[in-house]
Ligand binder design. Structure first.
Ligand code: PEP
Ligand code: MN
Length: 336
């Protein structure tokens, strides 16, 4: 970290900052300039909490050189991480993975039908929510444990590994027994206690970007999981909240190449939640693959018109099958 002093800062103020840095256990290196003095902080292993420094008299700003997401960053870990979910691999050098399935698990039949449709279309993983983070309390909240059983059964029947969302720490044990990958939804991206516990399980994690999270916050959230010893984390861009209301969210595709540069973790895109509109899903899915996404998450329902959740953005089995054909041509073109 670099501490930049005001040009009018007195020597006494500079000395006070140096003393404060040393009291934190670091070395302070004053760098006098023609206009102002800067003080370099040396000896820190990671991000330095600068709250007590910024308020000292004479301090103009602090500049962080090391980031709040050291373990997630490529600077610290140059080799790309490959995340293995029961044999399905996400990451550099792997064919992009398509995860598909309904927003929510509704019935045993619906889940089995969805699994069969997405498997025969060529998806490599199955999704379905049992514990749903709905905006309003009167909307369908998911089948809970019963849903997990249907998901596991559909995964076994189709041979596809399954991913489902965990909303609370207490659900972790049972979800780990029923699912191959744990999803942290956008609304929980900064539920730090949950992130830590998910990190302790060692189970592969799909971490979705928070509704209004910056890239730094997104990567810092992943850092919580890695800091507990779990490197098996796939990031997921699912659109962010902006002033635009024509789409459900604004798909921020530029994060794909950016995160590939900044981090060693794989990044996938969810064009379903990003757009909220079925008609936009195919083209934005293709755009995500061109941008370099390591995979896609797409909502597919056997009967979207009757879906209890997110029907407007869900593809039918037939639509999904046609889209997978298009992906296959594109992936060949992209060299996969
Ligand atoms: C989901 O994938 O089911 C979901 C709720 O998505 P998000 O957390 O991105 O809104
Ligand atoms: Mn959904």
């Amino acid at each position: 970290m670099l501490i930049v002093m005001h040009h009018h800062a007195s020597q006494e103020q500079i000395d006070q900052v140096i003393a404060a840095v040393e009291a934190m256990g670091f070395k302070a290196e004053p760098i006098p300039g023609s206009l102002r003095t800067a003080i370099g902080v040396l000896g820190n292993q990671g991000y330095v909490d600068d709250a007590s420094i910024r308020i000292l008299p004479g301090v103009r700003e602090t500049i962080h050189v090391s980031k709040p997401y050291k373990m997630v960053s490529r600077d610290f870990h140059p080799a790309s991480t490959v995340v293995d979910v029961a044999g399905v691999r996400f990451g550099d050098g792997q064919k992009p993975v398509v995860i598909a399935g309904p927003c929510s698990i509704e019935t045993e039949e619906q889940m089995l039908a969805a699994a069969q449709q997405v498997k025969s279309a060529g998806a490599q993983m199955l999704r379905g929510g049992a514990f749903k983070p709905r905006t309003g309390p009167h909307s369908f909240q998911g089948l809970g444990l019963e849903g997990l059983k249907y998901l596991q059964q559909a995964g076994k029947a189709s041979g596809l590994p399954v991913v489902t969302e965990v909303m609370r720490i207490e659900q972790l044990e049972v979800i780990c027994r029923h699912a191959d990958m744990l999803q942290i939804g956008a609304r929980n991206m900064q539920n730090f206690d949950l992130l830590k516990e998910v990190g302790k399980t060692g189970h592969p994690v799909l971490l979705k970007r928070g509704m209004s999270a910056t890239i730094e916050e997104f990567l810092a959230a992943a850092e919580y999981i890695l800091a507990e010893g779990n490197e098996q984390v796939v990031l997921c861009e699912r659109g962010i909240r902006t002033f635009e209301k024509s789409t459900r969210n604004t798909l921020d595709l530029s994060v794909v190449p950016l995160i590939r540069e900044m981090s060693h973790l794989p990044i996938i895109v969810d064009p379903s939640h990003a757009t909220g509109k079925r008609a936009l899903v195919p083209v934005m899915g293709k755009a995500a693959l061109i941008a370099g996404a390591h995979g896609l998450m797409i909502e597919v329902h056997p009967n979207p018109a009757k879906a209890l959740c997110d029907g407007a953005q869900s593809l039918s089995g037939a639509d999904f099958s046609a889209l997978m054909e298009e992906f296959s041509g594109l992936l060949k073109y992209l060299g996969h």
